[in-house]
Design a protein around this ligand. Sequence first.
Ligand code: CO
Length: 209
Amino acid sequence: MNTNAIFENNKNWIAQKLSKDPEFFTKLAKGQSPEFLYIGCSDSRVTAEEVMGLEPGQVFVHRNIANMVPNTDLSSMSVINYAVNQLKVNHIIVCGHYGCGGILAAMQQADLGILNPWLRSIRDVYRIHKAELNAIVSDEEKYKRLTELNVQEQCINVIKTAEVQKASNERNLRVHGWVFDLESGKLIDLKIDFYTILKGITEIYKIDS
Ligand code: CO
């Protein structure tokens, strides 16, 4: 496929949107008030809006390799700040996926240059949960479990931010951890217990006074 085909697609998409709603782009241009912040992997197979069945305007999206939320990453921190403080989203979703190349790379011994510090945050997740992960015999199962635990730890990183701590006191904001299963197309809710985690990390990570 060449890039000309993409502009052809775009024309068709505009026509399709307008045939359903002649005001579609007028409304779109007026502004956004999405209810969800989605933090997912850059993987081309895990499209945020499409797998969730959401339309333009419904979800604020941040994607990077392996859906990470490192606390010194200006990009993800800015996205959380804007989504929580300005857009006033009440649901923050961290969505990983099975078959994630980032997770797999972090499980292998290889010097990947600039990717090393990024993937090291995944290795840190492994270290925190080493006992559980090392007890899993099957490599496939271990890979899956690390994917889930990484989502959980990134949810915790979201909860560590001042914005989320403050908003969860003032309104009904919650953080969700999901995994997308490429083989079935299913979104799986890991049922992260937001309030218990928030309570549990308060002693060390409380910022909001
Ligand atoms: Co991935």
